[in-house]
Design a protein around this ligand. Sequence first.
Ligand SMILES: CC(C)(COP(=O)(O)OP(=O)(O)OC[C@H]1O[C@@H](n2cnc3c(N)ncnc32)[C@H](O)[C@@H]1OP(=O)(O)O)[C@@H](O)C(=O)NCCC(=O)NCCS
Length: 176
Amino acid sequence: MIIETERLILREIVLTDAEDMLRLHSNQQVQKYTGEDIITSLEEIHSKIKEKSADYVNHGFGRWATILKDGMQFTGWAGLAYLPEFDEIDLGYRFLPEYWGVGIATEASHAILTYGFDNLHLKKIIAIAMKENKASIRVMEKVGMQFDKFAPYEPGGPDFVWYWCDKQLITKNEVD
Ligand SMILES: CC(C)(COP(=O)(O)OP(=O)(O)OC[C@H]1O[C@@H](n2cnc3c(N)ncnc32)[C@H](O)[C@@H]1OP(=O)(O)O)[C@@H](O)C(=O)NCCC(=O)NCCS
């Protein structure tokens, strides 16, 4: 276990999560605003999990399976990723639609930012979303991140919304 909150346990994603991860990554609603390809096979999801596991070893952090303590259900993942193209550390999350709207992303993100600053001693964490992804942007605001800019994620691509924070900012800005 990496992080525990009131309702959640965050732990490394492992190969036995493959079926749950496939449900998540094959879901059109989940992937609507992520820019990621839909994954439809267990083989592809195994590679995805191995890719994510490499981050734990290479960086000491990654995207973590987010488990609801009540029933120990897999709800999705949330966590940090190093983006070498920007030399930034990114907060990200994906949850199954049946768990949306009850504050899971906010609860997980708040704990991840605290862990990032207090345990990993990171100086800055960013988050990036499509402009249309109002729920994701709202989560960034609720955990106290600050709007940075509209800028593409890929050269020549559409503008995304970029947020950032450091420890001071989230302590000052967090809203209910
Ligand atoms: C984005 C996502 C992680 C949010 O997860 P969640 O657990 O539902 O988030 P929370 O319940 O903590 O907070 C969501 C907030 O967004 C608000 N919201 C939801 N849909 C909204 C919309 N269309 N417009 C404005 N606000 C919206 C909610 O009302 C809530 O704010 P509130 O507490 O002030 O009412 C979830 O919808 C998801 O997994 N989406 C698919 C994957 C994805 O897009 N990931 C982000 C990529 S950048």
